[in-house]
Design a protein around this ligand. Structure first.
Ligand code: AMP
Ligand code: MG
Length: 434
């Protein structure tokens, strides 16, 4: 288990007072250890879990060649581009009820979508491309020239998933699509990593809990709710430890409670260098013997101060501490930039680069080189179909309302300077994350 000092020593140019966003992400990716315990779950419980095994397809999907259309199946070798063909219909193949006969030249089989292709037949013409007539009790179908080629409208056995091949690999964070795919293979139970447990609390004498009466100089706790939302979106189990006063004994108590119960503890507030920033002192004290703590000044906006620590748990294992800044938007931004990727890694999920949208700035944006900025923006599509982003309200680090007015965070890179109207910028969309 690496200590924070070990990792700091591995990183080139590590200066806790001046870290770039990339360096912080790199630091955390080296610190985090994925969970190892697994459990078996049924498919209805698999959504949002991380796959702990490779899935080898036990069968072919589809299990047999079948028709992609309602129409008529025939042997495509008879097709000619010059003339229409007329076939006698000699049977019907339904989905789930194959036609077992044998077709001869000049004959076809009426076939429904999903029905097994009768032996020797490889081509289906959709019903709407044909005309049919009755003659002596027989149904005759006319196929115009140049409408289908041999092999058309036939789905091949195993074209979706091939028996014996890996269809999903370990580390996949399962969405409804993955679960559907597992179901298509007839798989009922899978092995997933155990769920993470994450505890969180807010700190500060001025922080009110819901139900408290307003008082001068105090504000209601919003961080616990935004953090809760982002944790639930990640699919972890949560432990809410409430609001903790700026009081060493209570803080110590909250940290020990969290460490007993959780893989990670997320706090907000109290990590800058203010007089009452007891969280910082307490993290220093409790992490001293078990892996250490680092206090960072990150070249970013919002979200400059942040602390990371680790605590050894009495029964083995460890708990990671994330001391986020206090300002409500800084909390959300540091969570999305650092805590979320770290927790995903801890959950056992394979790292995936964040997919950012490229949108054109609808207005000039001021930006100082030498820090990463996350600005709240509203991404929209112009009538011409161009993706643009305009800034959403007051960009203060405590202004949560502009987080609501925006639908994404414009990510302005470390070295980037001012952005002119019309320049492309990266946007992290908030949908599904918060
Ligand atoms: P701190 O880092 O503790 O000095 O907090 C920075 C700013 O964030 C202060 O204005 C705090 O009042 C505010 N703040 C801290 N925690 C919360 C919270 N849980 N909800 C809303 N605002 C907070
Ligand atoms: Mg505080």
């Amino acid at each position: 288990m690496p200590t924070l000092d070990d990792i700091a020593a591995q990183l080139q140019g590590y200066d806790p007072q001046a870290l770039s966003v990339d360096q912080v992400q790199e630091f955390l990716s080296r610190l985090v250890q994925p969970v190892v315990a697994t459990e078996a779950v049924g498919l209805v419980s698999a959504l949002g879990r991380v796959l702990a095994q490779d899935i080898i397809s036990p069968l072919n999907v589809p299990p047999h060649d079948n028709s992609a259309m309602d129409g008529f199946a025939f042997d495509g070798r008879q097709l000619s581009s010059a003339t229409a063909l007329q076939f006698k219909v000699v049977g019907t193949a339904l989905a789930g009820k194959a036609w077992a006969g044998q077709c001869r030249a000049g004959e076809c089989v009426r076939i429904m979508t999903g029905a097994v292709m009768p032996q020797g037949l490889d081509t289906v013409i959709p019903q709407e491309m044909t005309t049919s007539t009755q003659s002596d009790g027989d149904m005759l179908v006319t196929i115009p020239p140049d409408r289908v080629r041999p092999g058309d409208n036939r789905r091949l056995m195993g074209e979706d998933l091939r028996q014996g091949e890996v269809s999903l690999s370990k580390g996949e964070l399962l969405t409804g699509t993955h679960v559907g795919l597992l179901a298509s293979l007839g798989i009922e139970t899978i092995s997933v990593y155990r769920r993470l447990k994450v505890a969180y609390f807010s700190t500060g004498d001025e922080i009110l809990s819901l139900g408290d009466s307003p008082r001068e100089g105090a504000v209601y706790d919003s961080n616990r709710y935004t953090v809760h939302g982002m944790l639930v979106r990640l699919g972890v189990d949560v432990v809410d430890l409430g609001v903790v006063r700026d009081d060493p004994a209570r803080l110590q108590d909250a940290f020990s409670q969290g460490a007993e119960a959780a893989d990670a503890i997320i706090t907000s507030g109290g990590v800058s260098v203010g007089e009452a920033d007891h969280t910082r002192q307490m993290m220093k004290q409790i992490c001293a013997e078990s892996g250490g703590v680092a206090f960072w000044r990150i070249a970013m906006r919002p979200g400059r101060p942040m602390a990371v620590g680790q605590l050894s748990r009495p029964g083995g294992g460890r708990t990671l501490l994330f001391g986020l800044p206090g300002n409500p938007v800084a909390v959300m931004v540091t969570f999305l930039a650092f805590v979320r990727p770290a927790l995903l890694q801890m959950m056992g999920a394979r790292p995936k680069p964040a997919v950012l949208l490229k949108a054109l700035a609808a207005q000039p944006i001021r930006k100082k080189p030498g820090r990463t900025e996350y600005q709240r923006g509203w991404v929209f599509c112009t009538p011409e179909g161009e993706l643009q982003v305009r800034m959403a309200g007051n960009q203060g680090s405590g202004v949560l309302s502009s987080m609501v007015q925006g639908n994404g965070l414009v990510v302005l890179r470390h070295d980037q300077g001012d952005v002119a109207a019309g320049d492309p910028v990266d946007v992290m969309m908030l949908d599904g994350l918060v």
